[in-house]
Design a protein around this ligand. Structure first.
Ligand SMILES: [Zn+2]
Length: 241
């Protein structure tokens, strides 16, 4: 086994593409060391690709358009929804994309950084959802605490559990930010990133499932095209400037 593993490491080292994922046993420090080597090998590439102006802009501050709550799952990343997420997405990630254990971070994104979009993104084949829909009483207390905030039916089908959880999270956020939504300062969206094509809409698609508490397609569309009081006030203000 070890021999096979070392061969794998050596093979990976010969491949030019960085961050090759090596099949590995649970928690092997050798994999971590190899990963750090990979990181060092491409050090500076990101900086070179982006250039000085890019970083000067970042240094000025952040005005993220969206506060994103998504799962920590390694298959889920910002580039599936935004090709240039720097400065644009205020990211909050935890197991099961739940708000309850990350309230302060969500509030910071909305109240202090001025995001007008709160988007909660679940994903297909979510381990947290699978755990929450079964018996997780033997898990570590800290993990249990986070899973306790995911209130879905026991035995629910995976993708249905993902959708139900997203809807629950949107409902919790709607309660918290009702005023901001009413006044047109905030849009709360629930979505499912479906890399497994469990929703039969195409693999890798980001499917909107909830907008401001609405789950019906026509009503979601109405929320997305709704003319807000805030828009009109802004329009008036812009005229005066
Ligand atoms: Zn997940």
């Amino acid at each position: 086994m070890l021999k096979k593993h070392l061969a794998g490491l050596l093979a990976a080292a010969c491949i030019a593409t960085p961050f090759t994922v090596i099949a590995h046993e649970h928690g092997e420090a050798a994999v971590a060391r190899s990963f750090i080597k990979d990181i060092q090998a491409v050090e500076g590439t990101y900086a070179k690709e982006h250039g000085a102006t890019f970083f000067q802009e970042l240094a000025k501050g952040q005005h993220p358009r969206a506060t994103v709550v998504t799962c920590s799952d390694s298959r889920v990343h910002t580039n599936m929804l935004d090709q240039s997420p720097e400065g644009d997405l205020f990211m909050i990630r935890d197991i099961g994309n739940q708000i309850a254990t990350a309230k302060g971070s969500v509030e910071y994104g909305i109240n202090h950084l001025g995001s007008s979009l709160l988007i909660i993104i679940g994903h297909s084949r979510c381990g947290a959802i699978a755990a929450a829909s079964g018996d997780y009483s033997s898990l570590e207390p800290a993990i249990k605490k986070e899973l306790d905030t995911i209130t879905i039916k026991k035995g629910i089908a995976s993708i249905d559990g993902v959708k139900a959880n997203v809807n629950n999270q949107v409902a919790a956020a709607m309660e918290e930010y009702e005023e901001a939504v009413k006044e047109g300062h905030l849009l709360i969206v629930g979505a499912v990133y479906d890399f497994a094509d469990d929703m039969k809409q195409g693999a890798g698609k980001l499917n909107l499932v909830n907008v401001n508490g609405q789950t019906d397609a026509a009503k979601m569309q109405a929320e997305l095209t709704r003319k807000d009081i805030a828009d009109e006030t802004d329009a008036v203000n812009h005229k005066h400037h």
